[in-house]
Design a protein around this ligand. Structure first.
Ligand code: ATP
Ligand code: MG
Length: 278
């Protein structure tokens, strides 16, 4: 690699931390007129496109190239999801929710999306629809300036807010900013149109939506009516059983794909009881 390319790569890595969008809106006018400059810009952009984000969060095991038991579990989840969504109609818009906070919705959405994106030929779009307490950008250590909120509120075109991560074929639509009461935004016709556009623009692509907890807020219930199906996360020892049942009751009118039992100590203990060191 030449010194210029090394310098570009470093700049790209730095830019990765501050990534804002994958659009081409940043091209200054002068480049329209000077072909050499445009060529250089294109080369820089090509390089920027292939520099993956450095994902350091310990819980994002799927982003690393190790084949651990945790990665295996997410890959199994990916296989189940592909099997369950690939019937006569492709259920490609999948929402992830849970009863209460901190059950691992965002971790599940992220690891599942990365696992799918690293699998050959699976382009994945991960959308942060937790507009109350968005966290996907935090886990990815990026600082997007715009996101879904701006697409909904200010009519920003979606492609101005998309971020290519360079991790497999994973693209992220961040929340952009937190809002106090997002139900109006999420239940708007604009939101329905955005989901339709995301679903139909690339019909082969999975679109995963991360959401706030479903018991205290109406957001997930609203989204469940717009997406194709819901993946429900239950973290061991976190929500009360009656609350889990009540939340599932509320979601029962919509398609439920399955339940992810997260952070399952009792299951692991039972397995080691039955299988010893295995
Ligand atoms: N299986 C797990 N083992 C250990 N820690 C976990 C596990 N799943 C999630 N966590 C941790 O729990 C915390 C909450 O996870 P996460 O943000 O994914 O939850 P959430 O359901 O999205 O929360 P919120 O409702 O606030 O959005 C994080 O610190 C995460 O690292
Ligand atoms: Mg979350």
């Amino acid at each position: 690699m030449s010194r210029i390319e090394e310098a570009l790569k470093k700049a790209a890595e730095q830019r990765g931390r501050n990534r804002t969008s994958s659009s081409e809106s940043e091209v200054p006018d002068v480049e329209q007129q000077v072909p050499q400059v445009r060529t250089l810009k294109q080369r820089v952009n090509a390089l920027l496109d292939v520099v993956p984000l450095k994902i350091n969060h310990l819980m994002l095991a799927t982003a690393r190239d190790e084949k651990t038991a945790v990665v295996e579990e997410y890959n199994k989840l990916r296989s189940s999801l592909i099997a369950l969504t690939s019937g006569d109609t492709f259920l490609n818009c999948v929402m992830v929710t849970s009863t209460v906070s901190e059950e691992g919705k965002t971790m599940t959405a992220l690891n599942l999306a990365i696992s799918l994106a690293k699998e050959h030929d699976h382009t994945v779009l991960l959308v942060d629809t937790d507009l109350r307490r968005p966290s996907i950008h935090k886990y990815l250590d990026i600082k997007p300036e715009v996101g879904l909120v701006h697409c909904l509120r200010d009519n920003l075109p979606i492609d101005k807010a998309l971020i290519k991560t360079g991790v497999g074929k994973l693209v992220v639509l961040p929340a952009g900013e937190a809002v106090k009461d997002p139900v109006d935004l999420l239940s708007s016709n604009r939101m329905k149109a955005i989901v339709k556009e995301l679903k139909e623009r690339y019909p082969e692509r999975y679109v995963i939506f991360d959401t706030p907890p479903a018991l205290p807020f109406a957001d997930a219930g609203v989204l469940a009516g717009i997406v194709d199906t819901t993946l429900f996360v239950v973290r061991e020892g976190r929500a009360k059983l009656e609350d889990v049942v009540e939340t599932l009751e509320e979601l029962k009118h919509h398609h439920l794909l399955g339940v992810v039992y997260n952070d399952a100590h009792s299951f692991v203990n039972r397995q080691s009881y039955y299988y010893g060191n295995y």
